[in-house]
Design a protein around this ligand. Sequence first.
Ligand code: HEM
Ligand code: HEM
Length: 177
Amino acid sequence: MRVWSKRFILFHWLLVSTIVLGYLSIELGFEELHFLIGYALVAPLVLRLYLFIFGNTYERLSAFAVIKDFTKYLKNKESYIGHNPLASLVMACMLMTISILFLSGLLLESFLEFQGLFVSLALEVSKETTAFIKNVHAYSFNLLLLFIALHLAGLGLSYKEDKTKHIQSIFTGRKNA
Ligand code: HEM
Ligand code: HEM
């Protein structure tokens, strides 16, 4: 059965591409490219917001309500068609961390480089505030790496007994019910 729409699949791989390219660009010292890729992150984030409201049953914000079944899931390991409670928790953390990474990046570009969306605030912020936002950007990236590792570990663990074609679903949109 179809679980993820084509839009959801597009959102996922746009998100993955911007995160990977965002990291590579700053590591290789291409700052301007880093800002451009950073701005491109708005596409998957807006698409996800749209899907939270207009997506299918498994994509809407309400699908994250399964997080409340967390302890029940750990005991019984029931199978879920959409995200399971544990995966939902990790994914909600990823989405929140990415939003913080995005916002702190926008502020940082304005405060450090005197360009970008918040440049009008640049002269009013103290050095301490800028240093704080720099830390927020750096730490949120490190936190994201941890969540990505958990996400991939979860997928890896489910790989062997994956009767639902869970991993393939992010390419095909389909799972075995
Ligand atoms: C695609 C998602 C992003 C990733 C993965 C990412 C990652 C990083 C990393 C790893 C650093 C180095 C942090 C450190 O160790 O000090 C950094 C620095 C920075 N990023 Fe991002 N970032 C992203 C989005 C953005 C956005 C949206 C902007 C603004 C348009 C931005 C602007 C900056 C700035 C100004 C710096 C500081 C450079 C410096 O220290 O001089 N980033 N980013
Ligand atoms: C930078 C690396 C990655 C990031 C940041 C990332 C992020 C995410 C996020 C945020 C979601 C939740 C979607 C939502 O409901 O909003 C998700 C779901 C998913 N991702 Fe990733 N992902 C990454 C890499 C991968 C890779 C390499 C694969 C496997 C080939 C993968 C497979 C999946 C699958 C199968 C789901 C749906 C899980 C389910 O059925 O519950 N992801 N990913």
